[in-house]
Design a protein around this ligand. Structure first.
Ligand SMILES: [Zn+2]
Length: 284
């Protein structure tokens, strides 16, 4: 993906209350069992159900949140009762992991599923006030839960994380986390600490994970990453000095690779894939 050419206009309008509508009553329903989305089997494809279709299925709905409008179609997230019975009860439906949705749903809907799962998790994680333990209620005009006892507000949490492509002449730094599947490499990433700028986080994470220093840290682009609630903020940077020394905890192996030596890396549905593609194109 070329982030410079991309239009940032979105057809989706986020809202917290449904508008009065005279026309369409169409709905998209993002219904989750844990973090798996319920899709209805159509002609050789899978599609989102409507809120009405979900209501007609023999499944228990725990909670529903309105998300906003996609071209006049109202969008909802739904948390389904997570009993083992769910999958077997629902005929003509499949549960698909949020990570697998790109390629199954069109891009806008796959992204909206990320928002939906994020809001669904926020809803179930804020049923009670984190400060005093009272039951919360939905705030009227913004996406927040309010405590009627102490006034505490719980907004959806977004956890910023940095991801950085580091170049050294015609080579890129790729590394393996012990959590990766065998053979997979990626670029470095980590969470931003409280009180830290995102640029400082880039420099610190690189120093901590592989022991080198970098220069020319430049913003590249960003991607919502609802696993469970991150926003990945991408950068490019250049090697400055130091020898690679992995921390052995978050990173077990790291090295410099030319574009022709690049091993298995993340696909082009993630910002890590976009950054690696940027490197390959630059050196092709
Ligand atoms: Zn409270």
């Amino acid at each position: 993906m070329n982030t410079e050419e991309r239009s940032w206009e979105s057809d989706f309008l986020p809202l917290v209350r449904p508008p009065q509508k005279n026309g369409s009553n169409d709905t998209y329903c993002f219904a989750f069992k844990d973090r798996e989305l319920l899709l209805v089997k159509g002609n050789n494809s899978l599609r989102l159900p409507s809120l009405e279709e979900i209501g007609n299925m023999d499944i228990d709905i725990l909670r529903t949140q309105y998300l906003g409008e996609l071209k006049d179609i109202s969008c909802f997230s739904v948390e389904l009762d997570n009993s083992n019975a769910v999958a077997s009860i629902v005929e003509n439906a499949s549960f698909v992991s949020v990570r697998e949705l790109p390629g199954i749903l069109e891009e806008t809907l796959a992204y909206l599923a990320g928002k939906a799962v994020h809001i669904m998790e926020w809803d179930r994680n804020t049923l009670f006030c984190g400060r005093c333990g009272s039951a919360t209620s939905l705030k009227e005009n913004e996406r927040a839960k309010e405590c009627p006892e102490c006034g505490f507000l719980a907004f959806p949490k977004i956890s910023p994380a940095i991801i950085v492509l580091i170049e050294k002449d015609d080579r890129v730094l790729l590394a393996r986390s012990p959590h990766f599947r065998p053979g997979l490499y990626s670029i470095l990433a980590g969470f931003v600490e409280p009180g830290e700028s995102i640029e400082e986080a880039v420099v610190r994470e690189v120093r901590e994970e592989v022991g080198i220093s970098i220069k020319n840290v430049r913003y590249f682009g960003s991607q919502p990453w609802p696993y469970p609630d991150s926003l990945m903020i991408g950068f490019t940077a250049e090697f400055l000095e130091g020898d690679i020394k992995v921390d052995g905890v978050e990173i077990e192996e790291a090295g410099w690779f030319t574009k022709d030596e690049i091993p298995v890396v993340p696909g082009k549905t993630s910002i890590s894939g976009w950054l690696i593609e940027y490197f390959i194109n630059k050196h092709s």
